[in-house]
Design a binder for this molecule. Structure first.
Ligand code: FAD
Length: 320
């Protein structure tokens, strides 16, 4: 049996691989790795393009879940790739609207131009937010590595006052979040609380453990006390139990988990009457998303190998 330390190091190793640019570049659609792992990635990635999305979203929606949609991709340097990413969101908004769906749209600001310039990210996010607002579709900005947080919060500060349909993700593991949160709360927009997925040093962030769980609950209290809409995005059943034990847990807007991760945990939460959202990912640039899911629970590596051997194990919607 691997020790707790081995698990933690395996998790950090997978997260390191996830951020390795050379690996990411090698993992393009025509590569052997892509072909090999595509079937296993389908546990988390619901389709390669948007055309299959509507029917799949409807399956989950009929079961009573709220939905989120992310076109996988992040850290786009090339302005043409950035534009194609924005166009994909604009096309999906039209498609959802025709189908009568209003899923929350999720994306990284680095996918819509933050690495080109803050102005590019601001303008592209504005375009998506305005198009989404016309169809009552909410937008949630993801949070990235600590080195990007200042820029993301600066762009958010420009976007938030003008867009009612915007929200932002906040990483409770970062020490700086204790100081950032009051400012984010002041905008009054929805806040999504996560622990944080990136490897960070102890000077910058708390590792997984009871101190982080306490901080998560304290920051949740702060958001609830300010009467600001909050989504708890966690896949940790122990933390979920503790959230349920909080006196004001019914004031939480929703519990949110990524598609394919412990569906039974989310279903049980939904059965108690709490609104639950499934964050669905689609597209071909799933390398980082897939590796992060394996990193979150290294047992998922075995599951992925089993899925690779027998893809019929993955039944869309099962467990929800
Ligand atoms: C909807 C959503 C949006 C997110 N957006 C962001 C973002 O914008 N920025 C960011 O940094 N992070 C984001 N994350 C990731 C988040 O920061 C955590 O890395 C992730 O949720 C794992 O932390 P945890 O609280 O779920 O559990 P952890 O503390 O990581 O794990 C505790 C236990 O929960 C269980 N568990 C957790 N994940 C899995 C899994 N994949 N498979 C099986 N068991 C699991 C395991 O039993 C594990 O031991 C998002 C997560 C969700 C659900």
């Amino acid at each position: 049996m691997p020790t707790k330390d081995t698990y933690a190091l395996a998790c950090a190793g997978l997260k390191k691989l996830a951020l390795n640019q050379t690996c990411r570049d090698a993992f393009n659609k025509d590569s052997l790795f892509f072909e090999l792992f595509e079937q296993a990635a389908q546990r988390y990635i619901v389709s390669s393009d948007r055309h299959e999305l509507n029917s799949k979203l409807k399956v989950l929606s009929v079961k009573g879940y709220r939905l989120g949609v992310e076109y996988v991709g992040e850290e786009n340097h090339d302005p043409c790739v950035v534009q194609a990413f924005v166009d994909e969101y604009l096309a999906s908004i039209q498609m959802f609207s025709k189908a009568g769906l209003t899923p929350q749209l999720d994306f990284d600001l680095s996918a819509v131009g933050l690495l080109v310039s803050q102005e590019t990210a601001y303008l592209n996010a504005t375009t998506i937010l305005s198009a989404a607002a016309e169809h009552n579709i909410p937008v949630m900005i993801s949070m990235e590595h600590s080195s990007a947080v200042d820029k993301i919060l600066e762009v958010y500060a420009e976007l938030a006052p003008a867009h009612l349909n915007i929200g932002i993700t906040v990483q409770t593991h970062l020490h700086r979040t204790i100081d950032d949160l009051p400012r984010v709360i002041d905008y009054g927009r929805k806040i999504r609380l996560v622990k944080g997925v990136y490897n960070e040093s102890r000077e910058i962030a708390l590792p997984r453990g009871s101190e982080l769980d306490e901080r998560y609950l304290k920051l949740l209290d702060d958001v609830l006390a300010a009467n600001v809409p909050v989504s708890c995005a966690t896949q940790d059943s122990n933390l979920i139990k503790r959230i349920f034990d909080q006196p004001h847990h019914l004031d939480i807007q929703e519990l949110e988990m990524l598609h394919g991760v412990q569906p039974e945990v989310l279903r049980n939460a939904k059965d108690t009457g709490l609104a639950c959202r499934i964050a669905v990912a689609y597209g071909n640039s799933w390398y980082l998303h897939f590796l992060h899911r394996l990193a979150e629970s290294p047992d998922n590596i075995l599951e992925a190998l089993a899925d690779l051997y027998d893809p019929s194990r993955i039944i869309f919607g099962a467990g929800y």
